[in-house]
Design a protein around this ligand. Structure first.
Ligand code: SF4
Length: 338
C-alpha cells in the first residue's frame, strides 16, 4: 500500500473507502499519534475498524528493519513498500533537543566522491508520504522531536515537490506542528532547487555542502560544481539570502590533505565574504570503500586557526551520528533494493 501520510482527506477517503470526511480526519489524527493498525483507531466505528483491519495489514507503508544506537544518535533502517531500504537518524544534543535527519531519495544522482550514498546512483525519489513516515518512525522512539534536517540520503532539492509537500505536512498545526524555522534543507549546491526554494519564500533554513571553495578541487569532489560552479552558486545564495534574510550554513567536510590547508581556508573566506554564513566544520568519518582520510587533531586546529585569522565564523561539529554511519554522506548502501 502507498503511504497514507501527507494525504488530503479526499485522498484518504478514496484510498480507504471511507464515506465521511470526519473519518478521514480521525485517521489522520491517529496516524500522527503513530497508530500502526486501524484497530487502534478507537474513535472510528467498530465495524469500520474491523473492515479496514481486514483490508490493510498496517497503517504504515514502510517498516523498521534495523536499529543502531550510539550515545547521541539512533539510526533506523526502513524498508519501503517496494522493498527499497532507506535510513534516517534521530540526533540528540544531550540537553533534551531532538532532531530528525531524513532521507529524500533512495540513493542519489549527485555522485559526490566522499559520500557513500553517492556511490549508489539514484534508485528513485521518495514520495512526500515516505518522507513524513520516517519522521513518524523516529517520533515513535519516544521523545518529542523539535527539529528536522534533510541531510540523509539524497538531494532534497532535486526531489522538490515531494520534499516541499513533506515540509508542509510536517509543519501543519493539526499535525506534527514543526516550525519552518526548525527545518533545514541541505543541498550540494543544486542551483535550480535553491532558486525554487527562494521563490517559495518559506522560512526554512538552508545548509550548503560546500566542502571546498576552489572550483578545480570542488569539481573533482562534487560533480555538481561542473554544472554550477562557485560563482554561480554564490550568486544564487546571495539572491536566496536577499529574499529570505536567513543566515546560511556552509557545511565543510574536512578531508585530510585535500581541503585543510591555508589556501583552502583563504578560498573559503573569499567565498563566505558578502554572505551571512556560519561554516560548519565536520571532520570526515572513515567510510569503507572510500579513499579519504580523517584529518588529525593538529590539521583541524590549524584550519580553525586560519579561519579565525581570516575572520570566518565557524563551528566545529564532531559528528554525532558518525559511530553508527549516520553522519552526512554516510547513510549508505545497505539501501539497495533487496
Ligand atoms: S553528499 Fe548529498 S548530494 Fe552528494 S552524493 Fe551524498 S547524498 Fe547526494
Amino acid at each position: 500500500m502507498e503511504s497514507l501520510f501527507a494525504r488530503s482527506n479526499e485522498d484518504l477517503m478514496d484510498m480507504l473507502g471511507l464515506e465521511k470526511p470526519f473519518q478521514a480526519r480521525i485517521v489522520r489524527q491517529f496516524l500522527i499519534k503513530g497508530a500502526e493498525s486501524f484497530s487502534e483507531m478507537t474513535s472510528l466505528p467498530k465495524a469500520e475498524r474491523e473492515r479496514l483491519d481486514r483490508a490493510f495489514r498496517s497503517t504504515f507503508s514502510s517498516h523498521v528493519i534495523a536499529r543502531s544506537d550510539a550515545p547521541s544518535a539512533v539510526k533506523l533502517a526502513i524498508k519501503l513498500c517496494d522493498d527499497a531500504v532507506i535510513e534516517c537518524v534521530r540526533l540528540s544534543d544531550g540537553k533534551g533537543r531532538y532532531t530528525a535527519c531524513l532521507s529524500s531519495q533512495v540513493g542519489c544522482a549527485m555522485g559526490c566522491a566522499f559520500c557513500k550514498t553517492g556511490t549508489m546512483g539514484l534508485v528513485r525519489n521518495l514520495t512526500a508520504g515516505e518522507i513524513v513516515e520516517q519522521f513518524a518512525h523516529l517520533q515513535k522512539l519516544g521523545e518529542r522531536i523539535s527539529h528536522i534536517v534533510f541531510m540523509g540520503m539524497g538531494e532534497a532539492l532535486s526531489n522538490f515537490t515531494s520534499a516541499m509537500d513533506a515540509i508542509e505536512e510536517l509543519h501543519r498545526e493539526d499535525g506534527f506542528n514543526i516550525s519552518y524555522r526548525k527545518m533545514t534543507i541541505s543541498t550540494c549546491g543544486f542551483v535550480p532547487g535553491i532558486r525554487k526554494l527562494s521563490e517559495l519564500n518559506i522560512p526554512v533554513r538552508l545548509a550548503v555542502s560546500l566542502v571546498d571553495a576552489e572550483d578545480d578541487v570542488r569539481s573533482r569532489l562534487m560533480r555538481i560544481n561542473r554544472t554550477y560552479p562557485l560563482d554561480t552558486l554564490k550568486a544564487e545564495l546571495r539572491r536566496f539570502q536577499h529574499r529570505n534574510d536567513k543566515r546560511l550554513t556552509l557545511e565543510y567536510c574536512l578531508l585530510s590533505g585535500i581541503n585543510t590547508g591555508e589556501e583552502s581556508a583563504e578560498a573559503l573566506a573569499r567565498f563566505a565574504h558578502g554572505l551571512d554564513t556560519v561554516v560548519n566544520l565536520i571532520p570526515w568519518n572513515a567510510v569503507e570503500g572510500l579513499d579519504f582520510k580523517t584529518p588529525s587533531k593538529r590539521e583541524i586546529e590549524g584550519f580553525c586557526r586560519d579561519l579565525r585569522r581570516l575572520g570566518v565564523s565557524y563551528t566545529l561539529r564532531m559528528e554525532k551520528g558518525g559511530s553508527i554511519g549516520g553522519a552526512c554522506g554516510q547513510l549508505a548502501s545497505e539501501s539497495r533494493r533487496s
